[in-house]
Write a protein that binds this ligand. Structure first.
Ligand SMILES: *[C@@H]1O[C@H](CO)[C@@H](O)[C@H](O)[C@H]1NC(C)=O
Ligand SMILES: *[C@@H]1O[C@H](CO)[C@@H](O)[C@H](O)[C@H]1NC(C)=O
Ligand SMILES: *[C@@H]1O[C@H](CO)[C@@H](O)[C@H](O)[C@H]1NC(C)=O
Ligand SMILES: *[C@@H]1O[C@H](CO)[C@@H](O)[C@H](O)[C@H]1NC(C)=O
Ligand SMILES: *[C@@H]1O[C@H](CO)[C@@H](O)[C@H](O)[C@H]1NC(C)=O
Ligand SMILES: *[C@@H]1O[C@H](CO)[C@@H](O)[C@H](O)[C@H]1NC(C)=O
Length: 344
């Protein structure tokens, strides 16, 4: 009995810790990491490099760590940032560390107003993305329960198929693709790539009008963000016309989502009290309109922008967001296990 009680206490602590972790979705970014906030030895590239390695989401916190007598931190307009004009600041703080919560999406610009410091590189520009779901939820939830991950071509992978066009047509034919599902293109780097294109580009195997760059690193994971027809091809010469092209039809919502894959690695928590994260939601507005059934005329000089935005860079699994969601569901199952254990 004592062992069971100890087990219960232990599991309860695990559950409590998981709950705590699950409730703090925002990320803290210490600007410049260990370097802190100063006139960087290498010039402005220092903070540009630092920022490029981060993902900033509304609600995240920037920590400016500096010597208070030697520096300060001010948020400024883009114009002021570009010209290092310190006359008008949006806000300014002279105490260290300064914590700034990123309250809005878009670009934010910071600099030190001490003479010369900005010009010498003590300036930081960041891009903040909106949280995906309303409310204090993780910014980008991992694939919701019920979404599928499809490896394009299965074992064949993504290549010039021996049989021509028919290969990927056949692969796609009996599958149901839903918003939120993920396509994985598995290919040999430097020999292939993958680009989402318009129907006209797909039909003609011609991407001369495309301004977006293909994904060149395998495996490329593309989350299907909108309903309608989606077209993909390899842009290497001849590859598309030899059949390295894929067209799919994406349906919406989870109403039609197939049952969870039996191969799914993680057991799904059975917590009916918690609504499923995002699959029941309408397609994200950021995804724009889905592709019309009839393609827009590609000639006539009209803008040939594809109606379907290309999720060209698959969002990297956000560090820290997968854990909280899994963790949020954890306490229920953990407690259930603990209770079952006790009641035995
Ligand atoms: C701020 O900088 C000081 C001195 O370099 C350091 O001791 C401290 O740990 C830093 N704080 C943070 C939050 O990085
Ligand atoms: C700095 O910006 C202010 C307005 O915010 C402007 O009046 C001033 O002329 C600018 N200074 C320089 C050197 O551009
Ligand atoms: C923010 O993103 C926009 C659009 O992607 C881009 O044009 C701009 O250069 C970015 N700004 C910074 C500071 O990274
Ligand atoms: C990708 O292809 C390689 C070589 O064919 C294979 O070893 C690997 O398991 C494949 N990866 C996926 C995710 O299918
Ligand atoms: C591709 O399309 C562009 C314009 O849409 C056209 O000028 C070019 O000739 C086409 N290339 C081929 C190989 O058809
Ligand atoms: C998608 O569905 C529409 C209507 O059901 C059909 O006309 C179209 O051919 C389909 N496209 C693909 C790529 O399967």
């Amino acid at each position: 009995m004592e062992a069971r009680l100890n087990m219960f206490v232990f599991l309860s602590l695990v559950a409590a810790a998981a709950l705590l972790q699950g409730s703090s979705a925002q990320t803290t970014h210490v600007v410049g990491d260990d370097m802190g906030w100063l006139v960087p030895p290498g010039g402005e590239v220092a903070y540009r490099t630092w920022a490029a390695a981060q993902t900033f989401t509304v609600g995240d916190v920037l920590v400016f760590n500096f010597t208070a007598s030697a520096h300060n931190v001010a948020e400024v307009s883009k114009e002021a940032f570009d010209s290092c004009n310190t006359t008008n600041t949006i806000s300014i703080s002279t105490t260290s560390p300064t914590n700034i919560t990123l309250a809005s999406a878009g670009e934010h610009h910071f600099l030190c107003t001490f003479p010369q410091h900005c010009g010498l590189g003590q300036k930081l520009a960041i891009n903040v993305t909106a949280a995906a779901a309303p409310g204090p939820q993780p910014a980008t939830p991992p694939p919701a329960p019920g979404t599928e991950v499809y490896t394009v071509g299965d074992g064949l992978g993504w290549l010039v198929p021996p049989g021509g066009d028919i290969a990927y047509e056949t692969w796609a034919r009996n599958k149901t693709f839903a918003v939120g599902d993920v396509l994985v293109f598995n290919f040999t780097n430097a020999a292939h790539n993958v680009l989402q294109v318009t129907k006209a580009e797909f039909d003609a195997c011609n991407v001369s009008t495309t301004t977006t760059a293909p994904i060149t690193a395998s495996p490329a994971r593309i989350t299907l963000a909108s309903r309608g027809e989606h077209y993909y091809m390899c842009t290497f010469p001849q590859h598309c016309s030899l059949g390295q092209k894929l067209a799919i039809n994406v349906t919406g919502g989870d109403a039609t989502a197939p049952a969870p894959a039996p191969t799914s690695p993680a057991p799904r928590p059975s917590t009916p009290a918690t609504p499923p994260p995002s699959s029941a939601a309408p397609p994200p507005t950021a995804g724009g309109p889905s592709t019309p059934a009839t393609p827009p005329p590609s000639s006539a000089g009209g803008p040939s922008t594809p109606a379907t935005p290309s999720p060209l860079t698959p969002p990297p699994p956000p560090s820290g967001s997968a854990a909280p969601v899994a963790a949020a569901a954890l306490p229920f199952s953990v407690l259930a296990v603990a209770l079952a254990f006790l009641c035995n």
